[in-house]
Design a protein around this ligand. Structure first.
Ligand code: DGT
Ligand code: CA
Ligand code: CA
Ligand code: ZN
Length: 573
């Protein structure tokens, strides 16, 4: 099984972690981290690049040595050097490093002084007060460690939606080749576009169930067959992901799709309504007595019990059931409603493509505009722009816009919000831009009050337009910083600012819950990809999924507007 880009990224990051714990040269550690970042933003599949003999050393931050390692990972699925390092390091040590507030230095101290190798051992040590006695730790750190352990408990069980897509795509392609297969759909949380997925639930219609199952368990990426039957089987992939497969007859397809899409709570609520009307509902159909009165397609299942069709993203039993009975469901935003992207980076900072390449890619998507929003100077590790650099880029954009047809580049910036709530670039350059998105990358550890105040103070600047990735979380990697988002949203509304729903699958920040909160406050949200390459513009679909989970309609989304309309909205006063 050739490795996916995300596998390569994970292995490179693991190398960096282990080297760091080992006390290796920081430059070496950083080289691995940069390479991991490059890989995760690549426009292409590494397997294909290697097959096509493309020169990997042309990629930013990748020399001969790393190119060789990446090739080894892609071809073998692992890295021999990593294996060696892992043998010398207790396996959970790098999990410890991921905890907020515990860098490699501290993990080394914990390991050396207390012999800690696992999360459980760390928990014991922190609970019994041993951690605070260590040099450089103290009571507060110990408390933080306990909190971080709590938060981390859920990680690892669920994978990001993007990774689920990467695993699902080759598998469904493979299954589709089975003779006699009619329908194939991935149901469950995947179909509901949940930001993380526990396992995959694949639903198939086929007359010969056993034939599908034989092919399923023979998939090359299977690590273990957990169960195998004629209508239902479960496998575990090498990555640890479980996949359930069900085969149902065509007459039950709609009901089965409804059942296995879930959520469980949504199903239970629908079943209750059905029962109240004298129907029985299960994965085989809707029944009145012994008669199947619906089941072939999903829309009929809802219609039969007196409900409007509920889009999968809404099926969380969060009010959608009652709304469907009253025919009062929202008309959810669609990918085709989006007229442009309001957050992107180019090779001027840490992106991988030129202005022109990004513009052409946006045009190809049918967009009217693309905002170029590089980091500001404070973010030195991403080569953030100072006022002079920015002025130069603005000129380049003006120049290019004269040439471009059917697409307009917007002159923007992703300006850092400083600790005191100031912005990282002077007003006299900010005011020349088409839009300003503002974000926090440093001083994440302020108290909830201070962080909230800091953001609101930044919004007092009349050039503040959009708060980017508002909570700062990275899914399964970093918790949000402490902040009162409701208060921030109210302040944004009062000042005619907006919030971003960052569509990058590692972020999806705002959460679905916060999207809904914004909608209820009538605060518009920008769905933006934070693209660092042309292919990243495709992340828009994840943002759309999240927005739909948050009940957003086209009118709730800023970038469904034409540039003419948008321009007015961005002009505060
Ligand atoms: P996940 O895998 O944790 O991300 O979440 P789901 O929603 O995919 O859950 P999963 O894989 O356990 O089950 C798939 C669907 O099957 C679930 O969304 C609804 C349905 N289902 C599973 N167990 C039950 C149940 O006990 N009652 C009902 N009504 N539906 C169930
Ligand atoms: Ca599932
Ligand atoms: Ca399942
Ligand atoms: Zn960005």
């Amino acid at each position: 099984m050739p490795a996916q880009n995300s596998d390569v990224k994970d292995i490179l990051n693991k190398m960096a972690d282990l080297l760091e714990i080992d006390g290796a040269n920081p430059f070496r550690v950083r080289a691995y981290r940069n390479a991991a970042r490059t890989v995760s933003n690549l426009p292409k599949n590494l397997t294909e690049m290697i097959e096509d003999n493309e020169d990997l050393t042309k990629l930013s931050g990748i020399g001969e040595d790393l190119a060789g390692k990446i090739t080894e990972i892609v071809e073998t699925g692992t890295l021999s050097q990593l294996k060696k390092l892992q043998e010398d390091t207790p396996p959970e040590l790098h999990e410890l490093m991921k905890l907020e507030g515990l860098g490699p230095k501290r993990v080394r101290v914990l390991n050396r002084e207390l012999g800690i190798e696992t999360l459980d051992q760390l928990k014991d040590a922190a609970e019994s007060g041993k951690v605070e006695t260590l040099e450089g730790f103290g009571k507060k750190t110990q408390q933080n460690v306990l909190e971080a352990l709590n938060q981390a408990e859920g990680w690892g069980d669920r994978i990001k939606l993007v990774e689920a897509e990467e695993r699902a795509e080759p598998l469904t392609k493979y299954l589709k080749k089975t003779k006699g297969i009619k329908e194939i759909t991935i149901a469950g949380s995947f179909r509901r576009r949940k930001e993380t997925v526990g396992d995959l639930d694949i639903l198939v219609t086929c007359k010969k169930g056993a034939r599908v199952m034989e092919r399923f368990v023979a998939y090359e990426d299977v690590k273990k067959v957990i169960s195998q039957g004629d209508t239902r089987s479960t496998i575990m992939l090498n990555s640890g992901l479980h996949v359930d497969l069900r085969v149902v007859p065509q007459v039950s397809y709609g009901s089965a799709l409804h059942y296995f899409t879930g959520s469980k709570n949504h199903n239970i609520a629908v079943r209750k309504i059905a029962n109240g009307k004298g129907f029985k509902i299960n994965e085989y159909g809707v029944f009145k007595g012994d008669d199947r009165v619906a089941g072939k397609n999903e829309k009929d299942v809802y219609a039969k019990v007196g409900m409007a069709y509920v889009e999968p993203e809404l099926r969380e039993n969060q009010g959608e059931v009652a709304a469907a009975q009253q025919d009062a469901l929202p008309d959810l935003v669609n990918l085709k409603d989006i007229r442009g992207d309001l957050h992107s980076h180019t090779e001027a900072t840490d992106g991988h493509n030129s202005l022109e390449e990004m513009a052409e890619a946006a045009k190809k998507r049918g967009y009217e505009y693309l905002a170029v929003t590089e980091h500001s100077k404070k973010v030195a590790m991403a080569k953030g722009l100072d006022a002079k650099d920015l002025a130069r880029q603005m000129e380049a954009i003006d120049h290019l816009n004269e040439k471009l047809k059917d697409i307009r580049l917007l002159k923007g910036i992703e300006v850092d919000i400083l600790e005191d709530g100031g912005l990282d670039l002077p007003d006299d350059i900010l005011k020349e831009l088409d839009l300003r998105i503002c974000s926090i990358h440093y001083n994440r550890n302020l108290s909830r009050e201070k962080q909230t105040e800091r953001i609101i103070r930044a919004m007092d600047n009349p050039y503040f337009n959009i708060l980017a990735h508002p909570s700062g979380r990275l899914i399964n990697e970093r918790e949000p910083y402490a902040v009162d988002l409701q208060k921030v949203m109210q302040a944004a509304k009062d000042r005619r600012c907006f919030l971003e729903l960052n569509a990058h699958p590692d972020r999806l920040d705002l959460s679905d819950h916060h999207c809904k909160m914004a909608k209820e406050m009538n605060l518009k949200v920008a769905i933006s990809t934070d693209a660092h390459s042309v292919s990243n513009l495709n992340f828009m679909r994840f943002g759309i999924g999240q927005a739909r989970r948050g009940w957003l309609e086209a009118a709730d989304v800023l970038n469904t507007r034409t540039w003419k309309q948008l321009k007015k909205l961005l002009h505060r006063r």
